[in-house]
Design a protein around this ligand. Structure first.
Ligand code: PEP
Ligand code: MN
Length: 338
């Protein structure tokens, strides 16, 4: 259920409505909007008797939300949410480019890639310090040492940092270093991790699971938001299909669908979505065209020596070309790429 307040409703009126909702044994989530405040109500097993609420001062309307996901839904928040990443807005007019290596391998490699992508216009540096690898014998990441390297790269370049947390034991440590905490495809339905991410103050980048429907993706985001963290950015990174010409099938239609279902920003990851470096550029073009709020791409200074995902890593020169293309396409799509 969603309680829509009058434009003129005072903060005290909003507080009284929240108190009344809590008295009914439910949870109130006040969400101030550009026009008016809405209060999301969760925790009800059946339809809530809304008559009591309707009589309170400042209440304009009550909307019964029929979707299983509530806080993430467009019904709850009609306008697009813009997530502030320490001064960088995701979900607004600006198309955000996140770039960097798959894994933080060394200080030299990370700083070299960070400087190159910053020079060409990336706003956020990616790089895994804790890697979820298919094989237990593959490189697992540098752990906390990797996080320290990322922090140094931020200091040198001014880029914000996104890096993955793979479990509940280390998620807080990751959040201490990162500007955005990534939850990867393999963990999209790790509900204990999602709940813990929901109690952090940092934005969360939630990647779509390998075989997740859009409803499952949004329900995963709902876990994070229901714990109080409203700063969720979704990511389409391809799903597994019968097709074997690419590593995954980048489901670009998910982007306009999610935009209709949810107010949350969604970005695209053409690197994991295709697994092939020569397909990153065309699928990046397609991503901006289809309405993504940004892209995340893997860049390596020596792709042939990469310890993970070398086949999909583009070089800094390829990245410069990609940024040029994004800048050319942006005006047609009413986007800015500074
Ligand atoms: C990544 O972005 O580093 C990653 C492991 O991606 P995914 O979770 O989408 O496989
Ligand atoms: Mn990777």
């Amino acid at each position: 259920m969603l309680v829509v307040m009058e434009t003129s409703a005072s903060p005290e009126m909003v507080r009284q409505v929240c108190l009344e909702i809590e008295k009914m044994g439910l949870t109130a989530h006040a969400m101030p909007g550009a026009q008016r405040t809405a209060i999301g109500v969760t925790g009800n097993k059946a339809r809530v008797d809304s008559d009591r609420i309707l009589t309170l001062a400042g209440v304009r309307d009550i909307i019964h939300v029929t979707k299983p996901y509530k806080l993430v839904s467009r019904e709850f928040v009609p306008e697009n949410s813009v997530i502030d990443v320490d001064g960088i807005p995701i979900g607004g007019r600006e198309f955000i480019v996140i770039a960097g290596p798959c894994s933080v391998e060394s200080r030299e490699q990370t700083l070299a890639v960070a400087q190159a992508v910053a020079k060409h216009g990336a706003k956020i540096l990616r790089g895994g310090a804790f890697k979820p690898r298919t094989s237990p014998y593959s490189f697992q990441g540098l752990g906390q040492d990797g996080l320290k390297i990322l922090a140094e790269a931020r200091q040198q370049t001014g880029l914000r940092i996104v890096t993955e947390a793979i479990d509940t034991d280390t998620v807080e440590m990751v959040a201490d270093y990162a500007d955005i905490v990534q939850i990867g495809a393999r963990n999209m339905q790790n509900y204990t991790l999602l709940r813990k991410a929901g109690r952090l103050s940092k934005p969360i980048l939630l990647k779509r699971g390998l075989s997740a429907t859009l409803e499952e993706l949004l329900m995963a985001a709902e876990y994070i938001m229901s714990e109080g963290n409203t700063k969720v950015i979704l990511c389409e990174r391809g799903v597994r299909t019968f097709a074997d010409h690419t590593r995954n099938t980048l489901d670009l239609s998910a982007i306009p669908f999610v935009k209709r279902m949810s107010h949350l920003p969604i970005i695209s990851d053409p690197s994991h979505g295709t697994g092939r470096k020569d397909k990153v550029l065309p699928l990046s073009r397609a991503s901006i065209a289809v309405g993504a709020d940004g892209i995340m791409v893997e860049v390596h200074n020596k792709p042939e020596e990469a310890l993970s995902d070398g086949a999909q890593a583009i070089t800094p020169e390829d990245f410069a070309r990609l940024m040029d293309d994004m800048r050319k396409l942006a005006p047609v799509l009413e986007r800015d790429v500074p």
